[in-house]
Design a protein around this ligand. Structure first.
Ligand SMILES: [Zn+2]
Length: 406
C-alpha cells in the first residue's frame, strides 16, 4: 500500500515535469479587467498605457495588454485615466450624526474609495461609528475622534468635558487602531471662543500621552499661528491650510508664510487643504503657492451644507488647485499616495493603499479630463472660470464597481 502510493505520486510528479509550463493548468480568471486606459499612479511615478486586472479584491496584474477573455468582466477605459481609488483625508461621513454624510453614493460618482472622518463624534460614539458607518459601508472609512461633546448645544463647559474625558478620547484611538487614526481638534476663536487655545493644549496632551497623531483645524485667531505651529509634531496634520482667515499659514497682504509654518513642515507636520464651507480661499492659496508652499494633501471637508456647493466632491477640489497651476499628476498624488500614508501612519491599516501596485487594494478610479468652460467657487464665493474639469466615470472599491444609486 505504501509502495503503491509512492509509485503513483512519482508518476504524477513525472507527468507534471513533462507538461510545458503554463499548460494543463486551468488559469483562474480575473474578476475584473480594466482595458485600454492610461494608468496614472503618481506615488510610484507610473504613467503609461496598461491594462489592470483585479482578483479577490486586490490588484492582480498591471500589464501592457491582458486578453479580455481572461476576466469575467471587462471595463473599457479608452480615453480615461486609470488611477488608484482616491483618498479624502478630511470628510464627515458618520451618517446620522450632526454633519455626517452617507459616503457610498458620493464615492460612486467621485472616485473616492477611502474616506477619513475628521472629527464628527466624540469618544463615546466610536463603537457606533464602527457598527453603523464603517462596517456597512462599501467605501473604506477611517476616523479621527473629536475632543468635543457630540451635541455641541449642550450647555456644558467644553474645557470641563475635554479635560474629564482625556483618557477615554485617547483610548478611543488606541483601542480601535484598525479604524481610528488620531484626535481632531478645532483651533479658532470662532469655534470655541476664549477656550480655543486651552482645547488645543488638552488635545496636545492626549496625543502626547497616547503617542497618536493630531489633526488641528485652524481658522480665526486667537490663538495666533506662531503659537500653534511650534506645538505641532511630525505626523500631525494642520487642516484648512489655504483658509483666508486670521489663523492661516500665509500673511494677509503678502506672499509670505507666517512664523513657524516652514519650520513645522520641516519637522514633518502635514499640511492639508480641507476645503469646507469656510476654509478654501483662492487668493490665500495663491499667496501660499507664490511663497512656495504646496499643500501635502487635497481634501474636501465635505458635509451636508457644502456637498451641493461650493465643495461638491474631491475631483472638483483637485480642479481648484489645477486652476492655480498645479499639474493633474501633482494633484493626484495629493489625493492618493500622500493621504494614504497618513491612513497607514503608525500601523499599516491597508497595505499598499493609494497605489496600483500588484497586491494593492482593488480600489480604482476611472477619471476623465474634459475641456470646456467650467465655473469654480471658493468658500468666500469668489468665482473663477477654468477650461478643464476632472470627472469620475467609474469607481471600483474592493474589486467591485460602485453604482451611483446605492
Ligand atoms: Zn471638518
Amino acid at each position: 500500500m505504501k509502495r503503491r502510493s509512492f509509485l503513483s505520486s512519482a508518476l504524477a510528479a513525472t507527468a507534471l515535469a513533462q507538461a510545458p509550463q503554463g499548460q494543463n493548468r486551468p488559469q483562474r480568471r480575473f474578476d475584473l479587467l480594466i482595458k485600454n486606459g492610461e494608468v496614472r499612479d503618481p506615488g510610484r511615478s507610473v504613467k503609461r498605457k496598461a491594462d489592470v486586472a483585479i482578483q479577490d479584491g486586490k490588484i492582480a496584474a498591471v500589464e501592457d495588454s491582458i486578453a479580455a477573455d481572461r476576466a469575467y468582466e471587462v471595463i473599457d477605459a479608452k480615453g480615461l485615466l486609470v488611477t488608484p481609488g482616491l483618498v479624502d483625508l478630511h470628510t464627515h461621513v458618520f451618517y446620522g450624526a450632526a454633519f455626517g454624510l452617507h459616503a457610498d453614493p458620493i464615492a460612486a460618482r467621485s472616485g473616492v474609495t477611502t474616506w477619513v472622518d475628521a472629527g464628527t463624534f466624540s469618544h463615546d460614539m466610536t463603537l457606533g461609528f464602527r457598527k453603523f458607518t464603517v462596517e456597512p459601508s462599501k467605501a473604506r472609512i477611517f476616523g479621527f475622534v473629536y475632543t468635543y461633546q457630540n451635541n455641541r448645544n449642550v450647555a456644558a463647559d467644553p474645557i470641563k468635558f475635554a479635560k474629564s474625558t482625556m483618557k477615554q478620547t485617547g483610548e478611543a484611538v488606541v483601542n480601535n487602531r484598525d479604524i481610528m487614526i488620531g484626535v481632531k481638534v478645532q483651533v479658532g476663536f470662532n469655534m470655541s471662543g476664549k477656550y480655543s487655545f486651552d482645547i488645543f493644549k488638552i488635545a496636545r496632551d492626549i496625543c502626547d500621552t497616547f503617542q497618536i497623531p493630531m489633526m488641528a483645524h485652524i481658522s480665526f485667531a486667537p490663538p495666533e499661528t506662531e503659537e500653534i505651529m511650534p506645538l505641532m509634531r511630525a505626523g500631525d496634520v494642520v487642516t484648512h491650510c489655504y483658509n483666508g482667515h486670521t489663523l492661516g499659514i500665509v500673511e494677509k497682504e503678502a506672499a509670505r508664510l507666517k512664523p513657524g509654518v516652514k519650520e513645522a513642515r520641516d519637522r514633518g507636520v502635514i499640511f492639508d487643504l480641507g476645503h469646507g464651507l469656510g476654509s478654501f480661499n483662492f487668493a490665500a492659496a495663491k499667496r501660499a503657492l507664490d511663497a512656495g508652499f504646496v499643500c501635502d494633501t487635497i481634501s474636501t471637508d465635505i458635509y451636508p451644507p457644502n456637498v451641493n456647493g461650493p465643495v461638491f466632491d474631491l475631483p472638483t477640489t483637485m480642479m481648484k488647485m489645477m486652476y492655480l497651476g498645479m499639474s493633474f499628476d501633482d494633484a493626484l498624488l495629493r489625493v492618493t499616495a500622500n493621504p494614504a500614508r497618513i491612513v497607514n501612519s503608525q500601523m499599516v491599516r491597508v497595505p499598499k493603499l493609494g497605489s496600483l501596485e500588484v497586491g494593492a487594494p482593488g480600489d480604482v478610479a476611472l477619471l476623465g479630463i474634459e475641456e470646456g468652460q467650467f465655473t469654480l467657487v471658493d468658500s468666500q464665493r469668489n468665482t473663477v472660470t477654468t477650461d478643464k474639469r476632472v470627472v469620475a466615470r467609474a469607481t471600483i472599491c474592493r474589486g467591485k464597481r460602485m453604482h451611483v444609486v446605492a
